[in-house]
Ligand binder design. Structure first.
Ligand SMILES: [Zn+2]
Length: 244
């Protein structure tokens, strides 16, 4: 999940914001967002805007970008818990997370993007054929009218990379329980277990993935996006805030 880091005034002060927002969620711009994601991700990641474009090919990870407008805005507290907007008895606005903690408007930040649910896997249908394997799917929600959607994409796709890593490692880990083959197996298993537990929301794997996606963005867009574009500044800020 990526939250708005800068103050809200950052995007509230543009008078033409409504029009701009409309443009960002237009089919044309959704495609622009999809292409950006496509260019910074591995070939086996199929970035789509519509469910029907999912590829049922072994080894493919389908990533459905769900582009949201401001009417579906969600908020998060400082720990990244989703918060919902409520109205008090005298009409005052407040927010609450699922634990029942109450927040004022200035204590929550709009969510710019988040991975929705988990990664799902589907076995290929093999009607007597020789096709075998699985394809995966995950949904990334994006609010492109808030903040810099390009940096938000880099951030959320790093989460996707961690999900994928987790799936591989967990599979490997489970298999190990079934076939104990060599000395050091127990050590390896405990290292994997340790790695899995260490990887919280923005853990070491996330940072690694974020850095590699950022490098990919620099390689792909280094010449295309001009040097004074806010993208580079925001990307740098994003990296610095996680690489401490
Ligand atoms: Zn995050």
């Amino acid at each position: 999940m990526r939250k708005e880091i800068f103050q809200k005034t950052n995007f509230m002060k543009y008078p033409g914001q409504a029009a701009w927002e409309h443009r960002m969620t237009s089919a044309f711009n959704k495609e622009k967002i999809r292409r950006f994601a496509k260019r910074i991700t591995p070939k086996s990641w199929n970035i789509i805007l519509h469910e029907k474009d999912a590829l049922e090919t072994a080894g493919v990870l389908n990533i459905l970008l769900s582009i949201q407008g401001q009417d579906t805005q969600v908020y998060a507290d400082r720990y990244g818990n989703k918060c919902y907007e409520y109205q008090g008895r005298v009409g005052e606005k407040y927010f609450a997370n699922r634990y029942g903690d109450i927040f004022h408007t200035n204590q929550v930040k709009p969510v710019l993007g988040m991975v929705l649910g988990r990664m799902t896997f589907k076995e290929l249908n093999s009607f007597g054929g020789d096709k075998k394997g699985k394809h995966a799917k995950i949904i990334v929600q994006l609010w492109p009218d808030l903040g810099d959607w390009r940096v938000t994409l880099v951030h959320e796709l790093a989460h996707v990379a961690v999900y994928r890593w987790r799936a591989f490692v967990t599979k490997d880990y489970k298999k190990q329980g079934l076939f104990k083959r060599y000395i050091g197996e127990n050590l390896r298993t405990s290292i994997i277990r340790e790695q899995l537990s260490m990887e919280n929301h923005h853990g070491p794997r996330f940072k690694k993935a974020l850095l590699s996606l950022a490098k990919r963005a620099i390689r792909e867009f280094g010449e295309e996006i001009s040097e004074d574009d806010v993208f580079w500044k925001t990307l740098k800020f994003e990296l610095e805030s996680f690489m401490k």
